[in-house]
Design a protein around this ligand. Structure first.
Ligand SMILES: [Zn+2]
Length: 203
């Protein structure tokens, strides 16, 4: 395999990137000065050095001296709500909307409907521990915000079941983000008005 083909193969592994887009990226890189390719390669190689997962919400953030991200370190944020999303990018989109001021947790994916080992895929253990810890700090509601597709709905049921011993005992509401979102819509892509509607219509 030539290095050109190799880079196309690597780009094809990115989320949402097909063969044609991968090819377009490679031609773009070839058209740029060699210095750009070096800079890009260097930045990619060092991305893991200062990015790590927040010990509370689990999202990636950069800041090698800290254990908690800027959101989780912000004491002005409401302790009453915890929004659980599937991916880092979902959290980023909700946060950008400026419409939510509670806490977050990133589950790191959804549970496939036919999965026999649900806990293999996602950070369920860490979520359970976080909910237990947040109960002491005034948690009132857990909002589940998974994609409107079969895996997302399956994940919602599994997480409700997983948390029910804690939520029942402490009278914590478990709601789901309202589906102003059409079927298959992903939180990652929806606009601010849709996020507003989904937050208002949670049930
Ligand atoms: Zn955090």
């Amino acid at each position: 395999m030539s290095s050109l083909e190799k880079v196309i193969e690597l780009f094809k592994r990115f989320p949402g990137i097909g063969p044609r887009q991968a090819q377009r990226f490679v031609y773009f890189l070839l058209a740029m000065p060699p210095g750009f390719r070096k800079e890009l390669a260097g930045a990619i190689a060092s991305i893991g050095n200062d990015a790590k997962r927040c010990l509370e919400c689990g999202r990636f953030f950069s800041g090698s001296k800290h254990t908690h991200c800027s959101i989780c370190s912000d004491s002005a944020r409401s302790a009453e709500q915890l929004l659980v999303v599937a991916k880092d990018i979902d959290l980023a989109n909700v946060e950008r909307s400026g419409l939510y001021s509670g806490r977050y947790f990133v589950l790191r994916g959804t549970i496939p409907v036919l999965s026999k080992e649900p806990n293999k895929y996602i950070a369920t253990g860490a979520l359970k521990k976080l909910v237990e810890a947040r109960v002491e700090k005034g948690l009132r509601e857990i909002i589940l915000a998974f994609p409107a597709n079969p895996d997302g709905e399956h994940t919602e049921r599994e997480i409700r079941g997983l948390l029910s011993p804690i939520t029942d005992k402490n009278n914590i509401i478990v709601s789901a983000l309202g589906r102003g979102l059409s079927t298959g819509a992903e939180l990652e892509y929806v606009d601010r008005d849709t996020i507003r509607g989904a937050l208002q219509n949670r049930s």
